[in-house]
Design a protein around this ligand. Structure first.
Ligand code: SF4
Length: 333
């Protein structure tokens, strides 16, 4: 059976070069034209099955959101393959993506920026159904939208209001209703609660999980918040500098992190490291710039266990124990 989502060797880069004259550099006495390329996503592989919640974690800027936007083709991938239910959508254009957007929907971090401020709530929710060519009449589409609004905790009195007339939590409820209006099989949630007040984060998370149980879709859940990811995920992937460095069942990874970066990340989070008694692992320095990836392992400039092979050879994400994968030479020994 096909995976619902399959990502193979996905690469994403962005040209952030300054103006033409600023790119000219003198090197070895010769004038050179130098580009600045951000290596945002580097050979990432993972799969998500039906009904599964896959949490993607890592520090800000590690490429998580770029992967999400590449999957739904807001960015064209530079290399690699994206498959939805076995269908290769990597080279699909806008028109070919229309039916795919009925299968894959996205909930964005900033609910205000992702909602059209000039459209009333009812139209925001019915719009994806109309674009997707739902085989429903106008009255049925309206009825379905009203039911979705009720299901996310809003009512009749809200349908003719504009996004700016709602709180952040309510706007995210509208974003969730809009995503679910086409009955997707996969919902990509990109930091869906991090822009919200702490007091309502739990309400929105509980709503999202209740809806998943009710409708039976899968989540690709992107967050930097380890306690959130532990609460909701079946499996997780840990990212560092655009590379996926460890994957596995959520509880296994939290109780027994195997990659040095995962250990450092978990032990540094007070809500996780102390509770699970993970030995502190201090890492030195800052995350290197994605403009110039270090040779070999992406983590070698900060890893306390780095040895010669780490500088010479990029580790591949491979499985050494059942259900787990890590990209680390140390685990080969
Ligand atoms: Fe550390 Fe080497 Fe493993 Fe990279 S491959 S995480 S540098 S031990």
């Amino acid at each position: 059976m096909n995976h619902l989502l399959e990502i193979n060797e996905l690469e994403q880069r962005f040209d952030v070069s300054p103006g033409f004259f600023d790119r000219l550099k003198i090197r070895n006495g010769r004038l050179r034209y130098q580009k600045s390329i951000v290596h945002a996503v580097n050979g990432v592989n993972f799969q998500i099955d039906r009904g599964e919640v896959f949490g993607l974690v890592g520090e800000s800027g590690c490429g998580k959101s770029t992967i999400a936007k590449t999957i739904i083709k807001l960015y064209e991938p530079v290399a690699g393959q994206i498959k939805i239910d076995g269908e290769d959508i990597t080279s699909y254009d806008y028109k070919k993506m229309i039916p795919v957007r009925k299968i894959v929907q996205m909930i964005f971090q900033d609910p205000y920026a992702s909602l059209n401020p000039r459209i009333k709530v009812l139209d925001i929710i019915t719009e994806p159904m109309a674009i997707g060519g739902a085989a429903l009449g106008k009255a049925e589409i309206r009825e379905k939208a009203m039911e979705l609004l009720r299901r996310v905790g809003l009512g009749k009195e809200h349908v003719n209001r504009y996004p700016h007339q709602f709180s952040g939590g309510q706007r995210q409820r509208i974003g969730i209703a809009r995503a679910l209006s086409v009955e997707p099989e996969l919902v990509i949630a990109d930091e869906p609660v991090s822009a919200l007040d702490v007091s309502i984060q739990a309400q929105i998370l509980n709503l999202m999980m209740d809806l998943k149980d009710e409708f039976g879709f899968s989540y690709l859940f992107i967050t930097h918040d380890l306690s959130v990811v532990r609460h909701i995920s079946d499996r997780i992937g840990v990212m560092y500098l655009g590379f996926l460095v460890e994957t596995g069942p959520c509880d296994d990874v939290f109780l027994n992190p195997r990659h040095p970066y995962t250990k450092a990340l978990l032990s540094a989070a007070p809500s996780v490291g102390e509770k699970l008694h993970i030995d502190p692992l201090d890492i030195k320095g800052e995350v290197p710039t994605a403009l110039e990836l270090p040779p070999g392992c992406s983590f070698q400039t900060r890893c306390p266990f780095a040895f010669d092979r780490c500088i010479q050879e990029r580790p591949r994400l491979i499985s050494r124990v059942s259900d787990r994968m890590e990209a680390c030479h140390l685990l080969d020994n």
